[in-house]
Design a protein around this ligand. Structure first.
Ligand SMILES: N[C@@H](CCC[C@H](N)C(=O)O)C(=O)O
Length: 257
């Protein structure tokens, strides 16, 4: 089966976008894993699947898949790419809810919704203070997908990421952020992503890191997050919504053999 796709990225977090709004190829897990494979397939950090929305007010239904075939409830960088792909200022229907978008020139803003801070919602496998997990003193929250942020030296991501993603404290595994606070309005972040490994940037991870840093009293509610692939501006608004702003790039269009 031949598939048309668009290769996009947000700060080097790269995506294969499949527009199934008119013709749904009903991809199975083996096909998703194959398309994501960088040697045997197209290669990407996430496959992004677009279908017709089912909710009032939504312009497109978006699903995110990791290279291991698992589905994620949220993906910040891909959400900006979808806004660019669809055009205008679409509202995205995702597993995390309806996400409004806005555009300012080459920058795309996604309202990533309200983070969930209770241990059951992350989710964690046992009752815990999500601000101080018994695991490297990480702080946890859900941005529609599970995140833990460890404050300190961001270079520990390679050494610790794979094991922590799979720790028994995270029944659905977790994305693990390593955040170094540079000032009250600036942090450095590296994220070991669930189902994908170390990526150049993680939008939902940047949102979670700022939420957790604000809860710890380490940063202000508006913060620049510098990742290996570049910067995102994150604001945790007073009404609880997290706004993420950054670029989205189209690399090429293609068709599989
Ligand atoms: N790259 C993403 C997050 C993708 C999903 C994540 N790996 C998960 O399984 O939750 C982002 O930009 O947010």
């Amino acid at each position: 089966m031949s598939l048309s796709f668009t290769k996009m990225h947000g700060l080097g977090n790269d995506f294969v976008v499949i527009d199934a709004r008119q013709n749904d190829p009903a991809l199975d897990t083996a096909t998703i894993r194959h398309l994501c494979d960088r040697r045997f397939g197209i290669g990407c950090d996430q496959l992004v699947f677009l279908t017709v929305p089912t909710l009032d007010g939504a312009d497109v239904h978006v699903r995110f898949f990791n290279p291991d075939g698992s589905e994620a409830g949220a993906c910040g960088n891909a959400s900006r790419c979808v806004a660019k792909f669809v055009g205008g200022t679409p509202t995205l229907q995702t597993a995390a809810g309806l996400l409004p978008t806005a555009r300012d020139g080459d920058l795309f803003m996604i309202d990533m919704g309200v983070p969930r801070l209770d241990w059951q919602d992350v989710p964690l496998s046992q009752a815990c203070d999500t601000l101080h997990l018994p695991l490297h003193d990480a702080a946890a929250c859900s941005m529609g997908n599970p995140h833990a942020t460890i404050f300190g030296d961001a270079s520990r991501a390679e050494a610790l990421g794979a094991d922590l993603e799979q720790d028994a404290l995270f029944p659905e595994r977790a994305n693990i952020g390593f955040a170094q606070i540079l000032s009250p309005t600036h942090m450095r972040l590296r994220v070991w992503e669930r189902g994908a490994g170390l990526t150049l940037a993680c939008g939902s991870g940047a949102c979670a890191a700022v939420v957790n840093a604000v809860r710890r009293g380490r940063t202000e509610r508006t913060c620049t997050v510098t990742m290996d692939g570049g910067d995102l501006q994150i604001t945790w608004r007073a009404d609880g919504h997290v706004l993420m702003t950054g670029p989205a790039v189209t690399v090429f269009h293609g068709t599989t053999a």
